[in-house]
Design a protein around this ligand. Structure first.
Ligand code: HEC
Length: 166
């Protein structure tokens, strides 16, 4: 090979590596997504099926809302969201404050390299599904099923009620 070609290849390699998502990135991103519990909320039915949901459906969002004092929030379709962002934009978006129960403060703990690995992994799955319903402010009209995320007080035990009556 001509010396110039070898030099050019040597110069090009590191920049190509930075652009291409290597298998190590994808494995790391997949590990973070699984261990970070992202599917628990961002994949419809994942908890109920104990994780037995095909990877093709992962992170496509949930049409079931989470309702609390903050209003009603929906776990976003991350496959579509990530498809609309550059990797640099994702690093900022991923650290933004969110409505409960999104553990945004946990995601914000990840360093740039880990966030980029998550981006590359989710991007490798490709866009899929529909956008999740829009957030509804407190008191607004909710048209989907929702989970009430508010502590409930138990009814007093029957025996105590009977004693109180005595
Ligand atoms: C307990 C449920 C829950 C878990 C676990 C969870 N999320 Fe979320 N996530 C949500 C909800 C609900 C929203 C919508 C919040 C809002 O409306 O502000 C959200 C929003 C987001 C957004 C903003 C999407 C947008 O529209 O810009 C990102 C990014 C995100 N989640 C990433 C993750 C990642 C990555 C993980 C795993 C590390 C994760 N989430 C784990 C519930 C969850």
């Amino acid at each position: 090979m001509h010396i110039k070609a070898i030099l050019a290849a040597a110069l090009l390699l590191p920049s190509l590596n930075a652009l291409a998502a290597g298998p190590a990135d994808l494995d790391r991103g997949r590990f973070i997504v699984r261990f970070g519990g992202c599917n628990d909320c961002h994949t419809d039915g994942y908890m109920a099926k104990e994780g037995q949901v095909p990877e093709a459906q992962w992170l496509t969002g949930s049409p079931v809302g989470f309702q609390g004092p903050w209003g009603t929030s929906y776990a976003a379709n991350l496959r579509l969201r990530i498809a609309s962002l550059t990797e640099d934009e994702w690093v900022t978006v991923a650290r933004a404050r969110r409505q409960p129960p999104m553990p945004w403060f946990t995601l914000a703990e990840l360093g740039d390299a880990d966030l980029r690995a998550v981006y590359r992994y989710v991007r490798s799955l490709g866009p899929a599904g529909e956008p999740a319903p829009a957030y509804v402010a407190p008191g607004g009209t909710v048209t989907t099923p929702y989970i009430v995320f508010v502590p409930q007080m138990p009814e007093p035990p029957a025996s105590r009620t009977a004693r109180n009556v005595d």
